[in-house]
Write a new protein. Sequence first.
Lengths: 325, 321
Amino acid sequence: MNTVLRVRDLRVDFGGHAVLRGVNFDLSAGETVGLVGESGSGKSTLARAVLRLLQPAQGSVNFYGLDLLTCPAAALRARRRDLQIVFQDPLASLDPRMTVGQAIAEPVEIFEPGLNGGARLQLVNAMLERVGLSAGMAGRYPHELSGGQCQRVGIARAMILSPKLLVCDEVVSSLDVSIQGQIVNLLLDLQREAGMAVLFISHNLAVVRHLSHRVLVIYLGKLVEIAPCDALFAAPVHPYTRALLAAVPRLPHAARAPAPAGPVVPPEPALQERLMASGCAFRDRCPYVLPVCETNEPPLVEVAAGHWAACHRSQETLIPLSFAS
Amino acid sequence: MLPTLSVDRLRVSFSHRTGTIEAVERVSFAIAPSECVGIVGESGSGKTQIFMAAMGLLAGSANVSGSIRFEGKELLSADAPTLNRVRGSKLTMIFQDPITSLTPHLAVGTQLAEVLVSHRGMRWNDARSCALHMLERVQVPEPKRRLNQYPHELSGGMRQRVMIAMSLLCEPSLVIADEPTTALDVTIQAQIIELLRAVRGEFGMALALISHDLAVVAGLADRILVMYAGSIVENANADEIFRRPRHPYTAELLKCIPSVSGSRLARLPTLAGQPPQPGEVLEACPFAPRCSRAADRCRAERPQLMGTAGAQVACHFPLAS
């Protein structure tokens, strides 16, 4: 497959506090990778580090042969058209003084300065239509739009230059469930047409499941499980993934995952530092903890084809019942 | 039996320079003692405004008519001293964002004790020990230490536990929880739902659980009110709502909720269109433009909420039960 992004040993510190602690993953063209984890696990930091919206302490982000973290600013700027991001709060991420049309045209003005006004307008109108907004919307301001419409504008602005990589940071989290599906379907369609790679960050596991080819699970700055989407939801291996899945509220007729026992409270900052210093960072919440978890940090090991987990008991966990009981 | 809360033909509208915006229209329902009623609907459906009216917390531009009775006493016409005796003691509310509901410059213990000092006339020392006891009951770890901590020193889940503790201090008859888990991670959300279930059993108060998430409500509610465009479109037993929704909107909403189990879909089911714009005057069924069952009658005449007290639906052509 055509690798778009190769992230290796990515580390980010904020004031000496480790936020990302060596993250490795690849992203292929046409692939959607979901990234899930609790708040504070480093999801958004990973999104920003990959796009070099913040400066990682260490590691490499290889985008079509160019290391985004070390390349000169000019080279990065030239590549920006291929690297786009859509944020959670659709209203806050649009300039309130720009009309919808201006907001969507702006990337074209910057990266295609040779294009004349008429051609640009045509592009903008086509894009508006593509994201399900009428061309008549071009003159409106963000505050006149609903949350779902604002998010469509954000997507249009990101997609108008046909990027190679689209990062979606909680893009449906602030939307109502009936609108959420419309946006998810729009992203699915756009990917089918444009073939970009998508890094889809969300705390909503159900949405991630319907959209992703693969899923990364992050805990305290480290990936603890990487798996093809169906495998992750059918047979999660890491106890953290299991805890996340068990916590999702279900409708009465939906099947319930067996809830793992044990404390599920995320550790306080002081404890986090200690947990990250040695051993498995999840050990204080893990109902399946062993003495070895205190001292040795479990590496990511492949437990099935393309399915990786960082747990000392990952081999046992393949037999779900004996493990869950 | 006297209902704990009874809302009758409540109408809440806001005057705006472009006209009047109806937020809540002709809403009537009751909550029985120790009953848990879930109120679900999308943003702007009016679910929060009903309870802001009950708490006397509506914005100044709001016009309210109808009646809201709490344990038989009218709240809408009550003067401030009467309202203040009830609010925060017998009738309490928990909000979505616990950090903005707590005062940032007072220690948690002080904020909790203050409730008892002002409503029960307790001495500060006694009030503090009651507060400590309540923190224990809502399973706040290291409760003694928390008394002297400030809200920003606590995690989101812990702050919501503090809010729940505060709402329970005066043995309320009704706790209103407005999106109490929306700002929290799924793992914490599951714990807060569990805690609400536990305190309901222990304190026996009625609970009004407002949420946009049917799955959150599913775990707790005895009965569910579904709101659309300012009105109740369905009011039924929770089991019935999930097993046999009668209003097309309820049925569509249930289909839209993506699941972490079952078959994975190539596309998510969606509800086409948008809810009516606020301020639109509706002679017709507000859901008609989005409804696959809509007929001429739906576009001409607005359906009223009808049926028995156990199962009501506002639809000319409800789904067969």
